[in-house]
Ligand binder design. Structure first.
Ligand code: GLU
Length: 464
């Protein structure tokens, strides 16, 4: 057990994307490894952009990935009283002030600064204002003047230093009184006793401002680790142009959560040249030391490769349960067919996604085989009638559809028809599956079983 307390703090303004999921994973792994606590906090103070659907989507994705939190989910929207109290505390201490500047005034100042080639930042007009009229205003945090810069040591990026002249008086409460991100994140991380903040490096610029707020509020400053962002193959920030960015879109495309987790962790972290990691491996091996400083590049082929690995090596019983909804999507009733576990076993080697497995499994469940046109023209010709008659009578006699018995039966058929195995197997495959690509013919026969197989052979005979 350790006192490590980390958190994942998504804003519910959309689905959980790849980058967010990786941040969540890094936090989760470190907490598990250290025996610390992983806290989930929903940052929904931006009422206009936060939605219940997004919250649900994020929770569902976390659940799918297996990132169970130890505390939470907490909702910032439940904590406005606390934030108001802290704003009042800063005002009282003279560390914050009311700013009455209107949007138009601020725009004009910004434009003027740009024109003169100055960095646009708030000029402090209301900083020392003595009257406090009852008019619309925001609250700004007074940038402390007791030092010229703020420095911290990021656990991934190293030493980061920001000169205060780069900063200005940050708005901590909007005109409607709602607090802003930089303030609430500090209050919550401090009140929730978070001692290591791991997040995307898009927040790196916020950190010095947040450190100043920790200090102003009398809180202990946590440690920080900013994870580099994820890029597409073209080295541009990962976006929809590069494919799906929503974690759950990958579930729908037939990916397994362990493949996604394994893939996510390698976007920025490495462990020698190992590629395949179970969650247990990761909890043992993961550490920030081996998180790189440069951006990870999203590689869909590698994700697919990992997925096929986990499908090949997965537990057929679990995969059978996962396959059901994919079959149902194709209007296949998974209860009306051969044993689903046997179906899965026959397809594990051949499927890179669960969608592909469902596609490959469909033929097992049909009442009547639909032949691919070309396959039918080539392999179900009238001259094959004697072969199918042989197949029907010999397979009927076959006492049990085991590999051994089927081999014996086929030996007989090969002898009487004087055909090589392939000349028998391929027409039979078309009769049984409708196409020319499927698991091995013995496996197909075994999975379908005698009754279904014979029915399909008779169906073929009827078309010849
Ligand atoms: N809510 C912020 C976001 O989703 C995260 C803030 C943080 O991790 O500090 O970007």
């Amino acid at each position: 057990m350790s006192d490590l307390r980390v958190r994942f703090a998504p804003s519910p303004t959309g689905y959980l994307h790849i980058g967010g999921a990786r941040t969540a994973l890094f936090n989760y792994l470190l907490a598990k490894k250290a025996g610390g606590k992983f806290i989930l906090r929903i940052e929904d103070t931006d009422v206009a952009r936060s939605t219940r659907e997004s919250v649900d989507a994020i929770l569902k994705a976390m659940d799918w990935l297996g990132f169970a939190c130890d505390e939470g989910p907490f909702y910032q929207s439940d904590r406005f009283d606390l934030y108001r109290q802290k704003v009042a505390q800063l005002l009282e201490a003279g560390k914050a002030y009311r700013c009455y500047c209107t949007a138009e005034e601020l725009d004009a100042k910004r434009e003027a600064a740009m024109k003169e080639g100055r960095k646009p930042k708030y000029d402090g007009t209301c900083r020392n204002r003595s009257d406090q009229p009852d008019a619309p205003h925001v609250i700004r945090f007074k940038l402390p003047e007791d030092r010229l810069e703020t420095t911290f040591v990021d656990k991934i990026k190293g030493t980061i230093s920001v000169r205060h002249e780069e900063l200005d008086d940050l708005i901590i409460a909007r005109t409607d009184g709602t607090p802003t991100y930089n303030l609430v994140v500090v209050i919550d991380d401090a009140e929730m006793a978070i001692n290591l903040v791991i997040r995307g490096d898009d927040h790196l610029n916020n950190t010095p401002r947040q450190i100043l707020l920790y200090e102003a509020l009398g809180y202990t400053v946590p440690e920080f680790a900013h994870v580099p962002m994820i890029l597409g193959a073209d080295k541009k920030r990962l976006s929809k142009r590069h494919g799906a960015t929503s974690v759950m879109a990958y579930r729908e495309m037939g990916y397994l959560p362990e493949a996604m987790v394994n893939y996510l962790v390698r976007l920025g972290w490495s462990c020698g040249d190992e590629e395949v990691f179970s969650m247990a491996d990761l909890i043992e091996k993961f550490g920030l030391d081996n998180v790189g400083r440069s951006a990870g590049v999203f590689n869909p082929d590698k994700l697919l490769w990992l997925n096929s690995h986990y499908i090949k090596t997965g537990d057929p019983v679990r995969l059978a349960a996962l396959l059901k909804p994919f079959l149902q999507q194709k209007s296949v009733d998974p209860e009306k067919g051969p044993d689903l576990i046997a179906v899965v076993k026959s397809l594990q080697e051949r499927s890179t996604t669960m969608v592909e497995m469902a596609e490959g499994a469909t033929f097992y469940f049909v009442d009547e085989v639909a032949y691919e046109e070309k396959a039918q023209a080539k392999f179900l010709k009238p001259e094959q009638k004697p072969l199918f008659e042989q197949l029907a009578s010999e397979l009927e006699k076959c006492p049990q559809f085991t590999e051994e018995q089927l081999e014996k039966t086929f030996a007989v058929i090969m002898e009487t028809t004087e055909l090589k195995f392939g000349k028998i197997a391929q027409p039979l495959r078309v009769a049984l599956t409708g196409g020319t690509a499927s698991p091995s013919i013995y496996v197909v026969l075994q999975v379908l079983g005698k009754e279904r197989s014979l029915r399909r052979i008779r169906q073929a005979l009827a078309t010849l």
